[in-house]
Unconditional design. Sequence first.
Length: 164
Amino acid sequence: MKILIIYYTMGGRTKKTAEAIGSTLIDHEVNYFAIELRGKRIEKIKQFDRFQNGDYSEIEKNLNSLDIKPFELIIIGMPTYGKFPPKTFDEIIRRMGNLNNKKVIVFTTARFSGGKARDYMESKVENSGGRVIKKMKFKRLFWIGTKRALKYGKVLNKAFDQRP
């Protein structure tokens, strides 16, 4: 199975989680579409603010390269800010266009909750024609380890194993 893992990360939590899940999908072809805010903290905050205000010029080339056609499963991971994912999530969904009943898994990373952000993501994906088959949240106050993400990835690997 061809799997695309899309993630957005500012501090590294979501990247760590996405890569842990992807590392366990050994029976599948895994590709990544990452939006990683870079630089010192203040630079990341400024970039985050530009994205929140709809200015994606810094990542326009990356966004224009997003092609979901060859993938059978799309996994989307986003951090939680308040009760929502970053607005970049909405732009990614818009750029993907009609998801044509593609199987999608959404997950959030959060310090406190993340549940409403997951529901928001599910709604956006389904309004774009995708079929959310699973929602996950990975939360921890100070740091997110990879233990739960690795375990979840192994479950996915087995569930989607296509060997006879």
